[in-house]
Design a protein around this ligand. Structure first.
Ligand code: BT5
Length: 299
């Protein structure tokens, strides 16, 4: 059977049975393949799933998809222990999703729950920059989908609904290694995509892309855009910081931050590599590496 590779224009020869086997595999993965006199043609891509996200993905990640899994971060950490890299664990639903400090992350079906496992050549202390990169990637994808998302330091993506900021995305970055070099990094990103906000905890002040848009988002494309931006922006610290500043709702706001060393209140004035917030407390400028942040009132 003659097949023409469109990119190289070379003709390839396969047996009819080999082609049929591939077409059947595509159909089993949910792709619609039409057959006619001219041969086979791709007629439909599944809404979500591993093959769907891999198809035309412009980023070097292998996708491991699960309809349901306890936690994509836990699975990615296991893959890290086994030596894997450049893998994205993706799920439609999590049954044991985790936030920071072992908080629960609600992950009903219809969301985009994913963890990116990679092995960057950076010291451990610089890994917070990947949380910023993930926030930038999701915010950009949300804006492309018509949702005016903003970033709240350090790890939330929010959107304003009726004058109130509601949480759309949470990010949990985990890593292991020696001080001078991380062995692996797992960036977990939880996106309330096509989820009914009533299925999320009321105290979380959460919303979803579908609730804000009034219609579902294309989860395949959205996931691809997040991974593509994460892959390109993630290697350029200046680009990350510039994009982060442009999307941040925290800068210029009065904030209250709970840190392991105590509480800080003041005006958030800048972000510094690799992800510290600079707060003007009135008397001095304090650099905060980590903490739980509340936006007080607009300045
Ligand atoms: C986070 O923690 O925001 C990080 C969440 C990371 C979730 C992803 S999903 C893929 C990967 N696999 C995992 O197991 N985790 C990652 P934190 O800042 O600690 O916020 C947690 C708080 O957010 C909870 O205490 C709730 O109040 C609230 N919350 C829980 N589920 C939520 C949801 N779906 N949407 C918005 N808020 C939620």
């Amino acid at each position: 059977m003659l097949i023409v590779d469109r990119s190289t224009r070379r003709s390839l020869f396969f047996s009819r049975a080999a082609v049929w086997k591939h077409v059947e595999a595509l159909r089993e993965a949910g792709f619609a393949v039409a057959s006619g006199d001219e041969g086979y043609a791709l007629a439909g891509i599944p809404e979500f799933g591993g093959p769907a996200v891999s198809y035309e993905l412009d980023a070097p990640f292998e996708i491991e998809y699960h309809d349901a899994i306890p936690s994509t971060n836990v699975r990615a950490r296991k893959l890290a222990d086994e030596g894997a890299t450049d893998v994205v664990v993706l799920a439609d639903k999590q049954t044991g999703g985790r936030g920071r400090l072992d908080r629960t992350w609600h992950s009903p079906s219809g969301g985009i729950w994913l963890s990116v496992l990679f092995r960057p050549d950076v010291p451990m202390a610089e890994t917070p920059v990947f949380t910023l990169a993930a926030a930038v990637a999701v915010t950009r994808a949300a804006r492309e989908a018509g949702v005016e998302a903003v970033i709240k330091w350090p790890n939330d993506v929010l959107v304003e609904v009726n004058g109130e900021e509601r949480k759309l995305v949470g990010i949990l970055t985990e890593m292991e290694g020696e001080a001078d070099r991380a062995s692996w990094v797992v960036v977990g990103i939880g996106i309330n995509a096509n989820v009914d906000p009533d299925a999320l905890p009321s105290e979380a002040d959460a919303t979803s892309l579908s609730a804000v848009r009034g219609e579902p988002v294309d989860r395949r494309r959205f996931t691809q855009r997040v991974l593509e931006t994460f892959d390109t922006v993630g290697t350029d610290p200046d680009a990350i910081l510039d994009a982060w500043r442009a999307y941040a709702s925290t800068l210029g706001r009065e904030v209250h931050i709970d840190t392991s060393d105590g509480e800080i209140t003041g005006e958030a004035v800048d972000i510094e590599y690799p992800g510290s917030l600079v707060v003007d407390t009135g008397g001095e400028r304090v650099t905060v590496a980590a903490g739980d942040c509340d936006h007080l009132r607009p300045l």
